[in-house]
Design a protein around this ligand. Structure first.
Ligand code: AMP
Length: 116
């Protein structure tokens, strides 16, 4: 998929609407359009990375930063004490539907295990 047809690239570029909560040179975070929990935020790299399988050597900093932003937003959303879940669906069997790497940050209710 080209970056022009990638909805998350369009959001990163500011060319598609989104409820953006965080933006820096490496990542953008915005609310999921279909809220699966009272808080449901997506954290995406600014660069188009198709999935977890497409990270390159040297991307450790990017991945670490994505989790740091998840922690920051979890505190901002008052989930720091009770907890939350971070999910990375990867590939068709992993349930990935948008092929631009993203962390789902979910919270505000008790999560169940195993997931569906
Ligand atoms: P996944 O199934 O893990 O690939 O997750 C993709 C997520 O992106 C889903 O939870 C969708 O609801 C969400 N999504 C798709 N399009 C948009 C959009 N334009 N703005 C915000 N979230 C979106």
């Amino acid at each position: 998929m080209s970056t022009e047809s990638c909805i998350f690239c369009q959001i990163v570029a500011g060319n598609a609407p989104a409820d953006v909560l965080h933006r820096d040179e490496l990542v953008v975070a915005f609310r999921d359009i279909r809220q699966a929990a009272p808080t449901h935020i997506l954290i995406v790299p600014a660069r188009h990375v198709r999935s977890l399988m497409d990270l390159r050597p040297g991307d450790d900093g990017l991945l670490g930063h994505m989790f740091a932003v998840a922690q920051e937003l979890a505190v901002q959303e008052k989930m720091g004490t009770r907890g939350y879940r971070v999910v990375v669906n990867t590939g068709p069997d992993g349930g990935q539907t948008v092929f631009h790497l993203h962390l789902h940050l979910l919270g505000g209710r008790r999560m169940h295990w195993p997931p569906g």
